[in-house]
Design a protein around this ligand. Structure first.
Ligand code: ATP
Ligand code: MG
Length: 293
């Protein structure tokens, strides 16, 4: 299952939400920073860790040599357990060289659930191909009037993208375009945001307002004690569970491949894990990031 996270104007918290979802995702998951404005997790949550060039750009370069799928795992770093990250490009200029259609095609068959941080929409680079293959698109917003308005516009843009010839007439199925509000009640209550988003991208739920935990995720600040029990992580875990299970109900390339017990999906996940473990060389040890916790 592939889930794209995006936003309209402002910085409502897409990267923070994407990272919290990844850390709380109930099954093996790969987070890909495809924000054309550049990745931030390495310098934030990763506290500037040297990832030896592993990134979406590294994927682009390596794909020609070793194949697109292999190149994804060669550019992934482990965040924890069965949760990996392909960091974003260092600078917006590098994003122009990333073939979004090739990235989308690669990620659909990767064998684990995928979360994509696509940055703001409409953005400088077309995320159309990623939208086209997404099982779910999540528009992140705050509870301000400006943010709700921007989210409505972003959702309408996504619906247009989905209907446009350039990405094929994929349509956006009911339930696949949803929204998530960061910090309801600041100032508008959840019920108002829900009502405002009903026709654009129905609200899937709320990520709690929690500046300390958010700072650990977005800036690499000190992690609150009992990190998983913080308001932000508990709300993220709830939503991640809902989104992951909805994907399974709806079906996806990954799900179809792995719907049987002892399925290919499990085998693939194990295979990925196995390959990552056994690929690790001393020079690749910094591949685990998350020093904030
Ligand atoms: N749940 C939250 N509670 C409090 N602050 C939050 C929360 N989520 C995010 N923030 C804060 O909001 C700011 C923006 O977050 P983030 O970088 O994730 O936004 P973004 O939408 O990815 O921005 P951009 O479009 O620039 O990539 C950060 O300072 C982050 O700590
Ligand atoms: Mg971001």
């Amino acid at each position: 299952m592939l889930t794209v996270l995006t936003s309209g104007k402002g910085a409502p918290g897409v990267t923070t939400v994407a990272l919290s979802f990844a850390l709380a995702w109930p099954t093996p998951v790969l987070l890909v920073e495809a924000d054309p404005a550049g990745g931030t997790i390495r310098h934030g949550y990763g506290q500037g860790a040297d990832l030896l060039g592993r990134s979406v750009l590294g994927w682009h370069v390596a794909a020609r040599r070793v194949g697109a799928r292999e190149a994804i795992w060669a550019n992934a770093v482990r965040l924890q357990g069965e949760c990996w990250l392909v960091p974003g490009v260092d600078a917006p200029a590098q994003a122009a060289s990333i073939d979004c259609a090739a990235l989308a095609a690669t990620l659909t068959g990767i064998g684990v659930d995928v979360l994509v941080d696509a940055g703001r929409i409409p953005g400088p680079a077309g995320i159309g191909p990623l939208v086209a293959v997404a099982d779910k698109i999540v528009v992140v917003l705050r509870s301000t009037l400006a943010s709700v308005h921007a989210a409505q516009a972003a959702a309408n843009h996504i619906a247009d993208l989905a209907g446009s010839a350039s990405v094929g007439a994929i349509g956006v199925e009911a339930d696949s375009l949803v929204s998530v509000v960061v910090g309801a009640g600041r100032p508008y209550p959840l019920s108002d945001v829900r009502a405002a988003m009903t026709h654009a991208a129905p609200l899937a739920g709320e990520v709690a307002w929690d500046p300390a935990t958010a700072a650990a995720l977005s800036d690499g600040g000190p992690a609150p004690r009992r990190f998983d029990a913080t308001a932000l992580m508990r709300s993220a875990s709830r939503l991640a569970g809902v989104l992951a299970s909805r994907g399974k109900e709806q079906g996806s390339p990954v799900k179809t491949a792995g719907s049987q017990p002892g399925s290919r999906r499990d085998e693939r996940a194990e295979d990925v894990d196995h390959r990552l473990r056994h690929r690790a060389t001393p020079s690749q040890e910094p591949a685990t990031v998350g020093g904030a916790r």
